[in-house]
Design a protein around this ligand. Structure first.
Ligand code: NAD
Length: 498
Protein backbone atom coordinates (compact mmCIF):
# COMPACT_ATOMS: atom_id res chain seq x y z
CA UNK A 1 0.00 0.00 0.00
CA UNK A 2 1.32 3.47 -0.82
CA UNK A 3 2.02 5.41 2.33
CA UNK A 4 -0.21 8.13 0.86
CA UNK A 5 -3.33 6.01 1.27
CA UNK A 6 -4.84 5.78 4.67
CA UNK A 7 -5.78 2.32 5.91
CA UNK A 8 -9.25 2.39 7.43
CA UNK A 9 -9.70 1.22 10.98
CA UNK A 10 -11.43 -1.91 9.71
CA UNK A 11 -8.38 -2.69 7.56
CA UNK A 12 -6.05 -2.24 10.53
CA UNK A 13 -8.24 -4.45 12.72
CA UNK A 14 -8.29 -7.08 9.96
CA UNK A 15 -4.50 -6.91 9.61
CA UNK A 16 -4.27 -7.42 13.37
CA UNK A 17 -6.38 -10.55 13.05
CA UNK A 18 -4.13 -11.78 10.25
CA UNK A 19 -1.05 -11.01 12.43
CA UNK A 20 0.25 -8.63 9.76
CA UNK A 21 1.01 -5.48 11.73
CA UNK A 22 4.70 -4.63 11.71
CA UNK A 23 7.00 -2.06 13.28
CA UNK A 24 10.68 -2.19 12.37
CA UNK A 25 13.82 -0.17 12.75
CA UNK A 26 13.97 2.99 10.74
CA UNK A 27 17.72 3.50 10.62
CA UNK A 28 19.34 5.09 7.58
CA UNK A 29 21.93 2.31 7.15
CA UNK A 30 22.31 -1.32 6.10
CA UNK A 31 23.22 -4.41 8.12
CA UNK A 32 20.72 -4.11 10.93
CA UNK A 33 19.83 -6.94 13.27
CA UNK A 34 16.96 -9.15 12.18
CA UNK A 35 15.57 -10.42 15.48
CA UNK A 36 11.86 -9.88 16.08
CA UNK A 37 9.37 -10.10 18.92
CA UNK A 38 5.74 -11.15 18.74
CA UNK A 39 3.38 -8.25 19.33
CA UNK A 40 0.29 -9.08 21.40
CA UNK A 41 -2.85 -6.99 21.70
CA UNK A 42 -4.25 -6.68 25.22
CA UNK A 43 -7.74 -6.66 23.72
CA UNK A 44 -7.83 -10.47 23.55
CA UNK A 45 -4.19 -11.44 24.17
CA UNK A 46 -3.70 -12.56 20.56
CA UNK A 47 -0.66 -11.98 18.35
CA UNK A 48 -1.20 -9.09 15.92
CA UNK A 49 2.19 -9.13 14.20
CA UNK A 50 5.83 -8.57 15.04
CA UNK A 51 8.19 -5.77 15.97
CA UNK A 52 11.93 -5.62 15.39
CA UNK A 53 13.99 -6.38 18.47
CA UNK A 54 17.14 -4.28 18.24
CA UNK A 55 20.44 -4.46 20.06
CA UNK A 56 23.31 -2.17 20.96
CA UNK A 57 24.87 -2.55 17.48
CA UNK A 58 21.68 -1.13 15.95
CA UNK A 59 21.86 1.75 18.41
CA UNK A 60 25.54 2.35 17.51
CA UNK A 61 24.61 2.45 13.83
CA UNK A 62 21.72 4.85 14.39
CA UNK A 63 23.83 7.12 16.58
CA UNK A 64 26.61 7.28 13.97
CA UNK A 65 24.07 8.23 11.29
CA UNK A 66 22.46 10.81 13.57
CA UNK A 67 25.84 12.28 14.49
CA UNK A 68 26.91 12.58 10.86
CA UNK A 69 23.58 14.20 9.97
CA UNK A 70 23.95 16.66 12.81
CA UNK A 71 27.49 17.61 11.82
CA UNK A 72 26.57 17.85 8.13
CA UNK A 73 23.67 20.02 9.13
CA UNK A 74 21.14 18.74 6.61
CA UNK A 75 18.35 19.31 9.16
CA UNK A 76 20.08 21.50 11.74
CA UNK A 77 21.23 24.11 9.24
CA UNK A 78 17.95 24.32 7.34
CA UNK A 79 16.39 27.73 7.79
CA UNK A 80 13.92 27.35 10.67
CA UNK A 81 11.12 28.36 8.31
CA UNK A 82 12.04 25.40 6.08
CA UNK A 83 11.98 23.01 9.02
CA UNK A 84 8.59 24.47 9.86
CA UNK A 85 7.29 23.93 6.32
CA UNK A 86 8.38 20.28 6.32
CA UNK A 87 6.82 19.68 9.72
CA UNK A 88 3.62 21.31 8.52
CA UNK A 89 3.54 18.95 5.52
CA UNK A 90 3.96 16.11 8.00
CA UNK A 91 0.98 17.42 9.98
CA UNK A 92 -1.11 17.53 6.81
CA UNK A 93 -0.29 13.84 6.24
CA UNK A 94 -1.22 13.03 9.83
CA UNK A 95 -4.59 14.70 9.26
CA UNK A 96 -5.10 12.36 6.28
CA UNK A 97 -4.23 9.34 8.47
CA UNK A 98 -6.16 10.03 11.67
CA UNK A 99 -8.26 6.89 11.45
CA UNK A 100 -5.29 4.66 10.69
CA UNK A 101 -3.15 6.09 13.49
CA UNK A 102 -6.06 5.85 15.92
CA UNK A 103 -6.69 2.21 15.00
CA UNK A 104 -3.00 1.38 15.48
CA UNK A 105 -2.96 2.82 19.02
CA UNK A 106 -6.27 1.11 19.76
CA UNK A 107 -5.15 -2.36 18.77
CA UNK A 108 -1.59 -2.00 20.10
CA UNK A 109 -2.36 -0.47 23.52
CA UNK A 110 -5.97 -1.59 24.00
CA UNK A 111 -7.12 2.01 24.18
CA UNK A 112 -10.80 2.64 23.35
CA UNK A 113 -11.11 3.56 19.67
CA UNK A 114 -13.29 6.59 20.41
CA UNK A 115 -10.57 7.99 22.69
CA UNK A 116 -7.90 7.38 20.08
CA UNK A 117 -9.96 9.08 17.36
CA UNK A 118 -11.16 12.03 19.44
CA UNK A 119 -8.29 12.66 21.81
CA UNK A 120 -4.98 10.91 21.23
CA UNK A 121 -4.41 11.49 17.54
CA UNK A 122 -5.87 15.04 17.42
CA UNK A 123 -3.63 15.93 20.40
CA UNK A 124 -0.66 14.35 18.63
CA UNK A 125 -1.24 16.47 15.54
CA UNK A 126 -1.86 19.61 17.60
CA UNK A 127 1.50 19.10 19.29
CA UNK A 128 3.33 18.83 15.98
CA UNK A 129 1.48 21.85 14.58
CA UNK A 130 2.36 23.94 17.62
CA UNK A 131 6.08 23.12 17.53
CA UNK A 132 6.24 23.44 13.73
CA UNK A 133 4.85 26.93 14.17
CA UNK A 134 7.34 27.67 16.97
CA UNK A 135 10.38 26.51 14.96
CA UNK A 136 11.05 29.93 13.42
CA UNK A 137 10.25 31.93 16.55
CA UNK A 138 13.23 31.08 18.72
CA UNK A 139 15.11 34.30 19.36
CA UNK A 140 18.47 34.84 21.02
CA UNK A 141 19.46 37.79 23.18
CA UNK A 142 22.03 40.57 23.18
CA UNK A 143 23.75 41.05 26.53
CA UNK A 144 24.11 44.56 28.03
CA UNK A 145 27.90 44.54 27.66
CA UNK A 146 28.72 48.16 26.93
CA UNK A 147 30.76 49.15 23.90
CA UNK A 148 33.81 46.95 24.55
CA UNK A 149 32.20 43.84 23.15
CA UNK A 150 29.04 42.41 21.65
CA UNK A 151 27.68 39.56 23.78
CA UNK A 152 25.24 37.34 21.93
CA UNK A 153 23.31 34.66 23.78
CA UNK A 154 22.08 32.08 21.32
CA UNK A 155 20.11 28.84 21.50
CA UNK A 156 21.61 25.89 19.64
CA UNK A 157 20.25 22.38 19.24
CA UNK A 158 21.84 19.89 21.62
CA UNK A 159 22.83 17.30 19.02
CA UNK A 160 21.82 13.63 19.06
CA UNK A 161 18.70 13.17 21.17
CA UNK A 162 17.25 9.83 22.26
CA UNK A 163 13.50 9.77 22.95
CA UNK A 164 12.54 6.78 25.12
CA UNK A 165 8.77 6.37 25.23
CA UNK A 166 6.13 4.66 27.40
CA UNK A 167 3.19 2.59 26.21
CA UNK A 168 0.25 4.44 27.70
CA UNK A 169 -0.14 7.23 25.10
CA UNK A 170 1.98 5.89 22.24
CA UNK A 171 1.36 8.53 19.56
CA UNK A 172 1.01 11.43 21.96
CA UNK A 173 4.22 10.71 23.86
CA UNK A 174 6.04 10.41 20.52
CA UNK A 175 4.74 13.90 19.68
CA UNK A 176 5.66 15.41 23.05
CA UNK A 177 9.32 14.44 22.53
CA UNK A 178 9.89 14.37 18.78
CA UNK A 179 8.08 17.59 17.83
CA UNK A 180 10.09 20.04 20.00
CA UNK A 181 13.37 18.14 19.53
CA UNK A 182 13.08 18.21 15.73
CA UNK A 183 11.76 21.77 15.64
CA UNK A 184 14.96 22.86 17.42
CA UNK A 185 17.08 21.12 14.75
CA UNK A 186 18.33 18.07 16.65
CA UNK A 187 18.93 14.59 15.23
CA UNK A 188 16.41 12.35 16.99
CA UNK A 189 16.43 8.60 17.66
CA UNK A 190 13.11 7.28 18.91
CA UNK A 191 12.86 4.16 21.05
CA UNK A 192 9.15 3.36 21.36
CA UNK A 193 7.86 1.12 24.14
CA UNK A 194 8.18 -2.51 23.02
CA UNK A 195 4.47 -2.99 23.78
CA UNK A 196 3.36 -0.15 21.49
CA UNK A 197 5.60 0.60 18.51
CA UNK A 198 3.03 0.68 15.71
CA UNK A 199 1.92 4.32 15.63
CA UNK A 200 5.51 5.55 16.14
CA UNK A 201 6.55 3.50 13.11
CA UNK A 202 3.75 4.91 10.96
CA UNK A 203 4.30 8.49 12.15
CA UNK A 204 7.98 8.21 11.26
CA UNK A 205 7.17 6.86 7.79
CA UNK A 206 4.88 9.85 7.27
CA UNK A 207 7.71 12.15 8.40
CA UNK A 208 9.92 10.83 5.60
CA UNK A 209 7.12 11.29 3.12
CA UNK A 210 6.81 14.91 4.23
CA UNK A 211 10.54 15.50 3.74
CA UNK A 212 12.12 15.00 7.15
CA UNK A 213 15.58 13.54 6.33
CA UNK A 214 15.88 9.86 7.26
CA UNK A 215 19.13 10.61 9.03
CA UNK A 216 17.57 13.29 11.25
CA UNK A 217 14.74 11.10 12.54
CA UNK A 218 15.32 7.41 13.16
CA UNK A 219 13.69 4.72 15.21
CA UNK A 220 15.16 1.66 16.93
CA UNK A 221 12.61 -0.86 18.18
CA UNK A 222 13.08 -3.39 20.93
CA UNK A 223 13.41 -4.04 24.61
CA UNK A 224 14.30 -1.40 27.17
CA UNK A 225 17.22 -3.32 28.62
CA UNK A 226 18.74 -3.60 25.12
CA UNK A 227 17.85 -0.53 23.08
CA UNK A 228 16.91 1.90 25.89
CA UNK A 229 19.98 1.07 27.93
CA UNK A 230 22.28 1.34 24.88
CA UNK A 231 20.94 4.82 24.15
CA UNK A 232 21.30 5.84 27.80
CA UNK A 233 24.88 4.53 28.03
CA UNK A 234 26.06 5.76 24.64
CA UNK A 235 29.06 8.08 24.65
CA UNK A 236 27.82 9.98 21.60
CA UNK A 237 24.20 10.61 22.54
CA UNK A 238 23.90 14.16 23.88
CA UNK A 239 20.54 13.91 25.56
CA UNK A 240 17.86 11.39 26.47
CA UNK A 241 14.31 12.50 27.04
CA UNK A 242 12.48 9.73 28.85
CA UNK A 243 8.89 9.14 29.89
CA UNK A 244 8.12 6.09 31.94
CA UNK A 245 8.40 4.69 35.43
CA UNK A 246 10.40 6.38 38.16
CA UNK A 247 12.34 3.12 38.57
CA UNK A 248 13.64 3.15 34.98
CA UNK A 249 14.03 6.94 35.10
CA UNK A 250 16.59 6.49 37.88
CA UNK A 251 18.56 4.14 35.61
CA UNK A 252 18.91 6.90 33.02
CA UNK A 253 20.55 9.16 35.59
CA UNK A 254 22.99 6.32 36.32
CA UNK A 255 23.60 5.71 32.61
CA UNK A 256 24.41 9.37 32.17
CA UNK A 257 26.72 9.52 35.17
CA UNK A 258 28.55 6.40 33.99
CA UNK A 259 28.92 7.58 30.38
CA UNK A 260 29.21 11.10 28.98
CA UNK A 261 27.04 13.16 31.37
CA UNK A 262 24.39 13.44 28.68
CA UNK A 263 21.46 15.66 29.51
CA UNK A 264 18.57 13.71 30.99
CA UNK A 265 14.95 14.77 31.16
CA UNK A 266 12.59 12.46 33.01
CA UNK A 267 8.80 12.44 33.09
CA UNK A 268 7.89 9.71 35.53
CA UNK A 269 5.10 8.36 37.67
CA UNK A 270 2.56 9.93 39.99
CA UNK A 271 0.10 9.41 42.83
CA UNK A 272 -1.88 12.56 42.32
CA UNK A 273 -4.45 13.85 44.81
CA UNK A 274 -7.89 15.22 44.08
CA UNK A 275 -9.30 17.25 46.98
CA UNK A 276 -12.98 17.96 47.55
CA UNK A 277 -13.42 20.69 50.16
CA UNK A 278 -16.54 21.26 52.24
CA UNK A 279 -17.60 24.20 50.01
CA UNK A 280 -17.10 22.38 46.70
CA UNK A 281 -19.98 22.43 44.23
CA UNK A 282 -20.41 18.86 43.07
CA UNK A 283 -22.41 19.28 39.88
CA UNK A 284 -22.34 16.83 36.96
CA UNK A 285 -19.27 18.49 35.45
CA UNK A 286 -17.34 18.11 38.70
CA UNK A 287 -18.36 14.47 39.08
CA UNK A 288 -17.37 13.76 35.51
CA UNK A 289 -13.98 15.41 36.05
CA UNK A 290 -13.32 13.51 39.27
CA UNK A 291 -14.13 10.24 37.50
CA UNK A 292 -12.04 11.19 34.46
CA UNK A 293 -9.06 12.08 36.63
CA UNK A 294 -9.37 8.71 38.34
CA UNK A 295 -10.24 6.37 35.45
CA UNK A 296 -9.50 7.98 32.08
CA UNK A 297 -7.28 5.71 29.94
CA UNK A 298 -7.94 2.80 32.35
CA UNK A 299 -6.00 4.91 34.90
CA UNK A 300 -2.87 4.06 32.91
CA UNK A 301 -2.13 7.73 33.08
CA UNK A 302 0.79 9.38 34.82
CA UNK A 303 -1.37 12.26 36.05
CA UNK A 304 -4.15 9.94 37.24
CA UNK A 305 -5.94 11.44 40.27
CA UNK A 306 -5.72 8.16 42.14
CA UNK A 307 -6.20 9.57 45.66
CA UNK A 308 -9.50 11.27 46.41
CA UNK A 309 -9.31 13.35 49.58
CA UNK A 310 -12.77 14.43 50.60
CA UNK A 311 -14.08 16.55 53.46
CA UNK A 312 -16.06 14.26 55.77
CA UNK A 313 -19.22 16.39 55.34
CA UNK A 314 -19.24 15.71 51.57
CA UNK A 315 -18.15 12.09 51.54
CA UNK A 316 -21.39 10.09 51.57
CA UNK A 317 -23.11 12.21 48.93
CA UNK A 318 -20.00 12.30 46.76
CA UNK A 319 -19.54 8.52 46.85
CA UNK A 320 -23.16 8.06 45.77
CA UNK A 321 -22.68 10.48 42.88
CA UNK A 322 -19.47 8.78 41.78
CA UNK A 323 -21.14 5.37 41.91
CA UNK A 324 -23.98 6.63 39.74
CA UNK A 325 -21.61 8.43 37.39
CA UNK A 326 -19.58 5.25 36.87
CA UNK A 327 -22.62 3.52 35.41
CA UNK A 328 -21.93 5.52 32.23
CA UNK A 329 -18.40 4.10 31.94
CA UNK A 330 -18.71 1.00 29.81
CA UNK A 331 -16.03 -1.63 30.31
CA UNK A 332 -15.48 -3.63 27.16
CA UNK A 333 -13.71 -4.15 23.89
CA UNK A 334 -11.76 -1.09 22.68
CA UNK A 335 -13.18 -1.79 19.20
CA UNK A 336 -16.63 -0.82 20.49
CA UNK A 337 -17.17 2.95 20.05
CA UNK A 338 -19.13 3.08 23.32
CA UNK A 339 -16.35 1.60 25.43
CA UNK A 340 -14.75 3.88 28.01
CA UNK A 341 -12.56 1.31 29.79
CA UNK A 342 -10.52 -1.23 27.87
CA UNK A 343 -8.05 -3.82 29.17
CA UNK A 344 -4.84 -3.37 31.12
CA UNK A 345 -1.85 -3.24 28.79
CA UNK A 346 -0.51 -6.76 29.45
CA UNK A 347 -0.75 -9.75 31.76
CA UNK A 348 2.16 -8.74 33.99
CA UNK A 349 0.58 -5.33 34.57
CA UNK A 350 -2.87 -6.86 35.09
CA UNK A 351 -1.38 -9.17 37.73
CA UNK A 352 0.20 -6.17 39.45
CA UNK A 353 -3.14 -4.32 39.56
CA UNK A 354 -4.92 -7.45 40.84
CA UNK A 355 -2.31 -7.66 43.58
CA UNK A 356 -3.10 -4.06 44.63
CA UNK A 357 -6.81 -4.90 44.59
CA UNK A 358 -6.21 -7.82 46.97
CA UNK A 359 -3.82 -5.90 49.21
CA UNK A 360 -6.23 -2.97 49.57
CA UNK A 361 -8.94 -5.33 50.81
CA UNK A 362 -6.52 -7.09 53.16
CA UNK A 363 -5.36 -3.79 54.62
CA UNK A 364 -8.94 -2.80 55.47
CA UNK A 365 -10.13 -0.60 52.60
CA UNK A 366 -13.75 -1.21 51.59
CA UNK A 367 -15.14 -1.38 48.07
CA UNK A 368 -17.78 1.23 47.20
CA UNK A 369 -18.02 0.44 43.48
CA UNK A 370 -16.53 -2.08 41.06
CA UNK A 371 -13.93 -4.51 42.31
CA UNK A 372 -14.46 -7.25 39.74
CA UNK A 373 -12.16 -8.83 37.20
CA UNK A 374 -14.15 -9.04 33.97
CA UNK A 375 -13.29 -12.54 32.80
CA UNK A 376 -16.59 -12.56 30.91
CA UNK A 377 -15.03 -10.17 28.37
CA UNK A 378 -12.74 -12.86 26.97
CA UNK A 379 -9.03 -13.39 27.20
CA UNK A 380 -7.96 -9.74 27.56
CA UNK A 381 -7.03 -8.08 30.87
CA UNK A 382 -10.16 -6.26 32.01
CA UNK A 383 -10.68 -4.81 35.50
CA UNK A 384 -13.69 -2.75 36.56
CA UNK A 385 -13.10 0.79 37.73
CA UNK A 386 -13.06 0.41 41.49
CA UNK A 387 -13.57 2.90 44.32
CA UNK A 388 -12.08 2.05 47.72
CA UNK A 389 -13.24 3.93 50.82
CA UNK A 390 -11.52 4.05 54.22
CA UNK A 391 -8.03 4.27 52.78
CA UNK A 392 -5.58 5.66 55.34
CA UNK A 393 -2.24 7.26 54.63
CA UNK A 394 -0.30 4.23 55.81
CA UNK A 395 -1.96 1.86 53.32
CA UNK A 396 -0.24 0.62 50.18
CA UNK A 397 -3.05 1.94 47.97
CA UNK A 398 -2.44 5.46 49.30
CA UNK A 399 1.30 5.34 48.65
CA UNK A 400 2.10 3.37 45.51
CA UNK A 401 1.36 4.12 41.88
CA UNK A 402 -1.03 1.41 40.68
CA UNK A 403 -1.48 2.57 37.07
CA UNK A 404 -4.79 0.76 37.05
CA UNK A 405 -8.41 1.65 37.88
CA UNK A 406 -8.32 1.68 41.71
CA UNK A 407 -9.33 4.95 43.36
CA UNK A 408 -8.40 5.45 47.03
CA UNK A 409 -10.81 7.59 49.09
CA UNK A 410 -9.61 9.24 52.31
CA UNK A 411 -11.57 11.75 54.37
CA UNK A 412 -10.27 14.84 56.16
CA UNK A 413 -11.55 17.56 58.49
CA UNK A 414 -9.40 20.65 57.89
CA UNK A 415 -7.66 22.39 55.00
CA UNK A 416 -4.28 21.86 56.69
CA UNK A 417 -4.95 18.14 56.95
CA UNK A 418 -5.96 17.99 53.28
CA UNK A 419 -2.76 19.71 52.17
CA UNK A 420 -0.67 17.47 54.37
CA UNK A 421 -2.33 14.35 52.95
CA UNK A 422 -2.00 15.66 49.38
CA UNK A 423 1.73 16.16 49.83
CA UNK A 424 2.26 12.88 51.65
CA UNK A 425 3.78 11.16 48.62
CA UNK A 426 7.13 10.80 46.90
CA UNK A 427 5.49 11.96 43.68
CA UNK A 428 4.45 15.43 42.55
CA UNK A 429 3.10 15.36 39.03
CA UNK A 430 -0.43 16.75 39.26
CA UNK A 431 -3.26 17.66 41.62
CA UNK A 432 -6.78 18.98 41.37
CA UNK A 433 -9.14 20.40 43.95
CA UNK A 434 -12.66 21.75 44.27
CA UNK A 435 -13.65 24.83 46.26
CA UNK A 436 -15.66 28.03 45.85
CA UNK A 437 -13.36 30.05 48.08
CA UNK A 438 -10.96 32.15 46.00
CA UNK A 439 -8.54 32.73 48.85
CA UNK A 440 -8.41 29.05 49.63
CA UNK A 441 -7.94 28.33 45.91
CA UNK A 442 -4.74 30.34 45.77
CA UNK A 443 -3.54 29.17 49.17
CA UNK A 444 -3.97 25.49 48.36
CA UNK A 445 -2.63 25.77 44.79
CA UNK A 446 0.58 27.28 46.10
CA UNK A 447 0.90 24.74 48.93
CA UNK A 448 0.64 21.60 46.82
CA UNK A 449 3.94 20.24 45.59
CA UNK A 450 3.02 19.27 42.05
CA UNK A 451 3.89 20.43 38.53
CA UNK A 452 0.27 20.99 37.44
CA UNK A 453 -2.52 21.99 39.84
CA UNK A 454 -6.03 22.43 38.47
CA UNK A 455 -8.87 24.10 40.33
CA UNK A 456 -12.52 23.07 39.98
CA UNK A 457 -11.77 20.57 37.24
CA UNK A 458 -9.24 18.00 36.08
CA UNK A 459 -6.74 19.08 33.48
CA UNK A 460 -3.16 18.51 32.43
CA UNK A 461 -3.14 21.99 30.89
CA UNK A 462 -2.65 22.08 27.14
CA UNK A 463 0.15 22.32 24.61
CA UNK A 464 0.90 25.91 25.66
CA UNK A 465 1.61 24.99 29.30
CA UNK A 466 4.60 23.04 30.62
CA UNK A 467 3.93 19.58 32.02
CA UNK A 468 6.19 17.72 34.41
CA UNK A 469 6.77 16.68 37.94
CA UNK A 470 8.02 17.83 41.31
CA UNK A 471 9.84 15.36 43.54
CA UNK A 472 10.22 11.84 42.09
CA UNK A 473 7.76 12.49 39.27
CA UNK A 474 10.32 14.17 37.08
CA UNK A 475 13.77 15.53 36.53
CA UNK A 476 15.54 18.08 34.41
CA UNK A 477 12.78 19.75 32.42
CA UNK A 478 9.23 19.84 31.19
CA UNK A 479 7.25 18.54 28.24
CA UNK A 480 4.98 20.93 26.33
CA UNK A 481 5.01 24.70 26.09
CA UNK A 482 8.02 26.76 25.13
CA UNK A 483 9.80 25.14 28.10
CA UNK A 484 10.06 21.91 26.09
CA UNK A 485 11.66 23.70 23.15
CA UNK A 486 14.21 25.20 25.52
CA UNK A 487 15.15 21.81 26.93
CA UNK A 488 16.15 20.55 23.47
CA UNK A 489 18.49 23.53 23.09
CA UNK A 490 21.66 24.62 24.78
CA UNK A 491 22.75 28.15 25.46
CA UNK A 492 25.89 29.57 23.92
CA UNK A 493 27.53 32.93 24.55
CA UNK A 494 29.27 34.45 21.55
CA UNK A 495 31.57 37.25 22.67
CA UNK A 496 32.63 39.56 19.86
CA UNK A 497 35.40 41.92 20.92
CA UNK A 498 35.16 45.37 19.38
P1 NAD B 1 8.79 1.86 31.79
O1 NAD B 1 9.66 2.68 32.65
O2 NAD B 1 8.69 0.42 32.06
O3 NAD B 1 9.26 1.96 30.25
C1 NAD B 1 9.43 3.20 29.62
C2 NAD B 1 10.45 3.04 28.51
O4 NAD B 1 11.71 2.68 29.09
C3 NAD B 1 10.11 1.92 27.52
O5 NAD B 1 10.45 2.35 26.23
C4 NAD B 1 11.01 0.78 27.97
O6 NAD B 1 11.36 -0.10 26.95
C5 NAD B 1 12.23 1.53 28.47
N1 NAD B 1 13.00 0.74 29.45
C6 NAD B 1 12.54 -0.23 30.27
N2 NAD B 1 13.56 -0.75 30.98
C7 NAD B 1 14.68 -0.08 30.61
C8 NAD B 1 16.05 -0.16 31.00
N3 NAD B 1 16.47 -1.07 31.89
N4 NAD B 1 16.92 0.71 30.44
C9 NAD B 1 16.51 1.59 29.52
N5 NAD B 1 15.24 1.70 29.09
C10 NAD B 1 14.33 0.88 29.63
O7 NAD B 1 7.41 2.61 31.82
P2 NAD B 1 6.06 2.15 31.13
O8 NAD B 1 5.61 0.96 31.90
O9 NAD B 1 6.21 2.06 29.65
O10 NAD B 1 5.10 3.40 31.41
C11 NAD B 1 4.41 3.55 32.58
C12 NAD B 1 5.06 4.59 33.45
O11 NAD B 1 5.24 5.80 32.71
C13 NAD B 1 4.23 4.97 34.64
O12 NAD B 1 5.01 5.01 35.81
C14 NAD B 1 3.72 6.37 34.30
O13 NAD B 1 3.41 7.16 35.41
C15 NAD B 1 4.83 6.91 33.48
N6 NAD B 1 4.38 8.01 32.60
C16 NAD B 1 4.73 9.29 32.89
C17 NAD B 1 4.31 10.34 32.08
C18 NAD B 1 4.71 11.76 32.41
O14 NAD B 1 4.57 12.62 31.54
N7 NAD B 1 5.20 12.04 33.59
C19 NAD B 1 3.54 10.09 30.95
C20 NAD B 1 3.20 8.77 30.67
C21 NAD B 1 3.64 7.73 31.50
Amino acid sequence: MSTKQQATKEQIFEKAKQQQLWAGHLIAADHLSEATLDNYTPIDNSIIGQIASGNSDDVDTAVQVARDAFENGEWRRLAPAERKAIMQRWCALMHEHVEELAALDCVDAGKPITECLNTDIPATIETFEWYAEAADKVFGKVAPTGSAALGLIVQEPIGVVGAVLPWNFPAQMYAWKVAPALAMGNSVIVKPAELTSLSAYRLTELAYEAGVPREALQMVCGLGENVGAALGQHMDVDMVSFTGSTEVGRLFLQYSAQSNLKEIVLECGGKSPQIVFDDAVLDDAAINDILSAAFWNMSENCSCGSRLLVHSSQKQALLEQLKNGLKGWKVGSPYDPDTAIGPMIEKAHFDKVCHYLKTAKEEGATIVAGGNIREDLGSGWYIEPTIFDHVSADMTLFKEEVFGPLLAVTSFETEEEAIKLANETNYGLAASFYTQNIKRAYRVASSIKAGTVSINGFSEGDITTPFGGYKQSGFGGRDNGLEALAQYAQTKTIWLVN
